[in-house]
Ligand binder design. Structure first.
Ligand SMILES: NC(=O)c1ccc[n+]([C@@H]2O[C@H](COP(=O)([O-])OP(=O)(O)OC[C@H]3O[C@@H](n4cnc5c(N)ncnc54)[C@H](O)[C@@H]3O)[C@@H](O)[C@H]2O)c1
Length: 405
């Protein structure tokens, strides 16, 4: 199949590209390399040294014999160029990962909020609009987030995207309806993913575009079978307070003797998935597309659920690391319950990699190997969610580093 990966230079996009290329598909990466510019803006770098996208592609060709193509296009702002590219390359599947993906980054300042909304919503709409304009029957696979459901603990197992509700009609009779699960975003970033869902709903209904939306949990790990094949194929590995994801951050902190930073009581419960499973789920979603005229197909792309303080304690047990309970910079409940349905991927044959599988050690080894690249001052989360949180933090820790920039 001809598969385009928008955002193919990123943390999920690069191993996804290699995984599908290794399966014999024809792959093209579309990326504006903005994530590398964000590194420059924030003065951070991936823990693992990343080569240029062109060099990574050259090495992959050497290792696998497979060619990749790369188009340097901003999907959000270069609509004409992107539409032209889609018409020329005619992808059968487009995997859409080309969005600003860090909640803390999206909450830094009004500029970051605006950028995240403009970038993410326009990228999604430009993509759909260009597929319709090119008159292609392309299957669009988007990476959404579990965060669209919110973390409200209302005592329900979260279904895969849709909720059955009973509605009382004007004449007093009851009817059943299936609606998109009510959204409850906790950041501007999550809000853009909620808006994506409406855009998908419209294009699936109006233009019969075949769309799959993957509501993914927090990704951990860095290596997949392909990125292990050569040092220069290594995936990015973020550890900083904006882009580092929680479990990866804990492992890096443990590896360098930095206390594990638990926000608040650590009673937040979140869903997780290993990067190897993430790319495998994308492949399974491609193999099981919706039919023309179907509603958006939604999968919960998660394999396990953990409370944050339990994760910290697990890593403490493995490594002897200290745990530091620090004030929570986010506007979120200190404690929540989370139960999530994820039957569809299991039925399609996913055999989940769990924390018990032993890959935690591999990550600690990588963190130790590259620890000289870590700037410890970039580890704390300094992005504060609102004025109330800023005032609370000011009282608790009146340091200038806590100020939003
Ligand atoms: N990493 C996670 O834990 C996680 C969890 C849930 C969902 N997701 C979703 O998965 C997707 C990929 O996440 P990731 O961790 O690989 O992020 P990433 O930031 O590493 O990769 C995103 C890539 O998209 C590119 N990009 C951004 N805007 C673009 C634009 N306008 N035009 C072209 N390219 C653009 C960036 O340069 C980057 O290479 C995101 O949509 C994210 O919301 C990620």
């Amino acid at each position: 199949m001809r598969i385009a990966v928008l955002g193919g230079d990123g943390f999920v996009g690069w191993p996804t590209t290699l995984h599908l290329s290794a399966k014999g598909h024809e792959l093209a990466i579309v990326d504006n390399l903005s994530r590398r510019w964000v590194d420059t803006e924030l003065g951070i770098q991936s823990l693992t040294p990343m080569d240029s996208i062109q060099e990574r592609m050259r090495i992959w060709k050497e290792v696998s014999g497979q060619s990749l193509t790369f188009a340097h296009i901003d999907v959000a702002t270069e609509y004409e160029r992107f539409r032209h590219w889609v018409k020329q390359w005619r992808p059968q599947v487009i995997i859409h990962l080309a969005q600003q993906r860090a909640a803390p980054y999206s909450m830094k300042t009004d500029r970051h909020k605006n950028y995240t909304v403009n970038n993410n919503v326009r990228a999604t709409h430009n993509l759909l609009s260009s597929v319709v304009e090119a008159d292609l029957d392309t299957h669009l696979v988007h990476m959404g987030t579990m965060g669209v459901y919110g973390y409200d603990s209302i005592g329900i197992t979260i279904p895969e995207g849709y909720l059955d509700v009973d509605v009382t009609l004007d004449d007093g009779t009851q009817c059943s309806r299936e609606i998109l699960y009510p959204v409850s975003p906790g950041s501007i970033y999550h809000m853009t993913k909620c808006l994506d869902q409406l855009i998908f709903q419209f294009y699936a209904k109006n233009d019969q575009v075949r769309i799959t939306d993957l509501h993914q949990g927090i990704v951990w790990g860095t290596h997949t079978d392909q990125t292990r094949k050569h040092e220069q194929l290594i995936n990015r590995f973020d550890y900083d307070g904006d882009y580092g994801t929680i479990l990866n951050r804990f492992l890096i902190q443990a590896a360098i003797g930095y206390p594990l930073t638990v926000h608040g009581t650590g009673g937040q419960t979140r869903a997780f998935i290993h990067i190897q499973d993430s790319v495998r789920c994308i492949e399974l979603a491609i193999q099981s597309p919706p039919k023309v005229g179907d509603r958006t197909k939604i999968f919960n792309q998660i394999t396990e659920v953990h409370r944050i303080r339990d994760l910290a304690k697990l890593i403490q047990k493995m490594t002897g690391a200290e745990i530091a309970y620090v004030p929570n910079p986010r506007n979120e409940s200190d404690e929540n319950e989370l139960k999530v349905k994820n039957d569809q991927f299991t039925e399609l044959g996913l055999q989940p990699i769990t924390l018990e599988t032993g890959l935690l050690d591999e990550l600690i080894e990588i963190a130790k190997k590259y620890q000289k690249r870590i700037d410890r001052s970039l580890i704390p989360c300094t992005s504060l969610w609102n004025k109330r949180v800023r005032e609370r933090m000011q009282v608790l820790s009146p340091s200038p580093a806590r100020k939003a920039q």
